[in-house]
Design a protein around this ligand. Structure first.
Ligand code: NDP
Length: 252
């Protein structure tokens, strides 16, 4: 059984919630972060109460709040050995010239800046103890272009390159960095992406045999349980029903 602390952002839903359950089973102490505090409270109760699970209501876009609230952790949860930067979202389906700039701000502020703020808050402790693992949630959209993915895909390309550059900075330490790059997985992601249109979100998943959050939790659990000399740099994973598209050519 693991006797260490993992901090998961975006633990109120999807991958983060599945991972919290999986890690609780493996014996991790957990720090769970999200904005929807009621959901975190229910998860805390389910997974063993405040002795095992510390919950933090936090919007990762708020830099001052990230510093303040992550700094307030009680003693058993101070030394974070594993950080999972999972909080993130896609917003809107329009092409770039019709997209809402507010959606772009939200994606950049959450997927890029929020991830940076949390990493900056947690990493010094890992470096000091010369022990740790940062797992970031990228996406296939960070590597492969597709229509409508403009800023979301670019934000995940940032996560991919930031993960690699973190590895470069951390040479000479025992701190590992991994970028997980999933394809289609059924969570609340599409509900958020389609701005609350549940029917449309369900249609995308129906019959397409998507990944499920427990698949991602299983993969992350495998990555972190590898022997300490092994660093998995990245893992790209798609459901069997998904693959790359053709390079389109169209008369103008
Ligand atoms: P969900 O919508 O189910 O979960 C997203 C989580 O992020 C929620 O817990 C949400 O919590 C949290 N979150 C969003 N914004 C903020 C914020 N500003 N501050 C704190 N927490 C926030 O989606 P997934 O589980 O699918 O997504 C998790 C990650 O995986 C994301 O980074 C996503 O981009 C990535 N991903 C998802 C794929 C998929 O197909 N599902 C594919 C590839 C990557 P709350 O709203 O309570 O704050």
């Amino acid at each position: 059984m693991v006797n260490a602390t993992a901090l998961i952002t975006g633990a109120s839903s999807g991958f983060g919630e599945a991972l919290a359950r999986r890690f609780a089973n493996e014996g991790w102490r957990l720090v769970l972060v999200a904005r929807r505090f009621g959901r975190l409270q229910r998860l805390q109760e389910e997974l063993g109460g405040p002795a095992k699970v510390h919950i933090i209501e936090l919007d990762v876009r708020d830099r001052a709040a990230v510093v303040a609230k992550l700094g307030e952790r009680p003693a058993p949860f101070l030394d974070v050995s594993l950080l999972v930067n999972n909080a993130g979202l896609a917003l809107g389906l329009e092409p770039a010239w019709q997209a809402d700039p507010d959606d772009w701000d939200t994606m950049v502020d959450t997927n890029i800046k929020g991830l940076l703020y949390v990493t900056r808050a947690i990493l010094p402790g890992m470096v000091k103890r010369n022990r740790g693992h940062v797992v970031n949630l990228g996406s296939i959209a960070g590597s492969w272009p597709h229509p409508g993915a403009h800023v979301y895909g670019a934000s995940k390309a940032f996560v991919q390159q930031f993960s690699r550059n973190l590895r470069a900075d951390l040479i000479g330490t025992r701190i590992r960095v991994t970028n997980i790059e999933p394809g289609l997985c059924e969570t609340e992601f599409s509900f958020v992406h389609f701005k609350g249109d549940r029917a449309k979100a369900e249609e995308l998943y129906r019959g397409n045999d998507p990944l499920v959050p427990e698949d991602i939790a299983e993969i992350i659990n495998w990555v972190v349980k590898m022997p300490s000399q092994v660093n998995i740099n990245s893992i790209e994973v798609m459901p069997i029903t998904q693959t790359w598209g053709a390079l389109p050519v169209k008369p103008v």
